[in-house]
Structures are given as structure tokens and as C-alpha cells.
Design a binder for this molecule. Structure first.
Ligand SMILES: [Ca+2]
Ligand SMILES: [Ca+2]
Length: 232
């Protein structure tokens, strides 16, 4: 009987160790993995913490009692095929982060190619990743893209046409993008913060800056929060 009890306790202990291992892989990819580095609601009327590539195209506007950060014009294409416009949060070179906020496409809702992007691990205008939220899914829309010195390539695991494209309206959506520098796991969420709509694993660019923008449309942003690990 006593031997049976010892065996039983050992079985429970093994089960708990296995369970904790399974829980940790998702549990550790939460905001509290990193310190909060930056919050921005634009209510002070300026965007001093941000560095846009086309400053004249960005404005802080009042809407329904809140100030929001708006990209008024798409900007110009660069030498390679990559998002035209972005505004980077200054001062944070990160290796691993959770980035949350609200985004809205201000493009005509009849345009299915409308998009809002989150750029990250941004090292220069030709080396970064981006999450492309759109109203249609194919090999260049509603993807995670890598810009590595040449035209962007789709790197997310969802096949073209199969990712959930949810940006078909002109209202704000909650977003979350995470990067785990240990294994290169990238996850992007829209509205549902528990189930990512885009996922990728890539370690080509393991650190960099983070920001918001659009491939070739107009967009607005608010209530930004950034948790991260400062790259050394
Ligand atoms: Ca605001
Ligand atoms: Ca577009």
C-alpha cells in the first residue's frame, strides 16, 4: 500500500512538471514578461516620441473627445517594394516585445487592399519586419512581411488567402504584436487578444525599433503601449 502511495505521488509530480512545461510556452509570451517602456494616448497634442519618414503626412487630430495620431497621405514608394510610410518610436532598440494599441484604416471601405501596418525590428528603411492588417488575404495582403534589403517577402505560416482578414471597416480595432527573440516567434492579433490571426517564426532580424504606418494607404492610431527588452 505504501509503495502504491509513493508511486501515486511520483505520478502526480511528473504530471505537474509536464503541465508546467506546456503552460510556460504560452504563459511567458505575455506583457508581464517585459517591463512597460512606453505609453502614448496623444492627449498632450504632440508626438515628440515618434520619428516619421514623411513628417508632413502625420497629424494629431481630435475625434470624439480623443486625440489620435493620423497618417493623412500614403507617402512615396522607396527603391524596393516595402511599406511606404511609418512612424517609429524613438529611443527603443528592442530584442523582444509586446506592442498593443488601437488602429484604424482611413481608406475607402470599398478598397479591399486597404491596410494598416505595424513595423518592428526596424534597423533601417530596408531592413525590418511588418505586420500587414488588411481586408483581403493573399500573398502580399494580411501577412507578416520581411524586408531584408530587397522586395518584401511573406513569412507568416498561414497560406496565401487563408489568414483572417478583418480590416474591412472604418472603426478602431485593438491590436497586439509580439516578438520572442529567443525563438523568433511572431504573433499578431486583431480584436481577439487570445488567438493570433498571423504567426511566423523568423530570426533574420533579431532586434530593432518599432512603429506604426501603412503600406500605401491612410490610417490612425491611439492608446499605444510597449513592453520590451532593451537590446544591448
Ligand atoms: Ca487619444
Ligand atoms: Ca493598401
Amino acid at each position: 500500500m505504501r509503495i502504491f502511495s509513493v508511486f501515486y505521488v511520483l505520478c502526480v509530480m511528473v504530471f505537474l512538471v509536464v503541465l508546467s512545461g506546456r503552460v510556460s510556452s504560452s504563459f511567458w509570451l505575455e506583457e508581464d514578461m517585459y517591463p512597460l517602456l512606453f505609453s502614448e494616448n496623444f492627449e498632450d497634442g504632440d508626438a515628440r516620441g515618434w520619428r516619421p519618414n514623411f513628417p508632413a503626412n502625420w497629424e494629431i487630430r481630435e475625434e470624439d473627445g480623443s486625440l489620435v495620431y493620423t497618417l493623412l497621405a500614403p507617402g512615396d514608394p522607396g527603391r524596393i517594394r516595402a511599406p511606404y510610410s511609418w512612424s517609429i518610436i524613438k529611443d527603443f532598440d528592442l530584442s523582444g516585445f509586446t506592442f498593443r494599441g488601437k488602429l484604424r484604416s482611413d481608406e475607402d471601405i470599398d478598397n479591399p487592399y486597404r491596410d494598416v501596418v505595424i513595423v518592428f525590428n526596424f534597423q533601417d528603411p530596408e531592413h525590418f519586419y511588418y505586420v500587414h492588417f488588411s481586408a483581403i488575404s493573399d500573398d502580399v495582403h494580411n501577412i507578416i512581411g520581411l524586408v531584408n534589403g530587397q522586395d518584401r517577402v511573406k513569412i507568416n505560416l498561414e497560406p496565401p488567402g487563408k489568414s483572417r482578414a478583418m480590416l474591412g471597416d472604418n472603426r478602431f480595432h485593438e491590436f497586439k504584436v509580439t516578438y520572442d527573440a529567443r525563438d523568433g516567434e511572431i504573433r499578431a492579433y486583431l480584436d481577439d487578444m487570445d488567438t493570433p490571426i498571423l504567426t511566423a517564426v523568423d530570426k533574420t532580424l533579431e532586434h530593432g525599433m518599432i512603429g506604426v504606418g501603412s503600406f500605401d494607404d491612410t490610417a490612425s492610431f491611439d492608446d499605444i503601449h510597449l513592453w520590451g527588452n532593451i537590446f544591448k
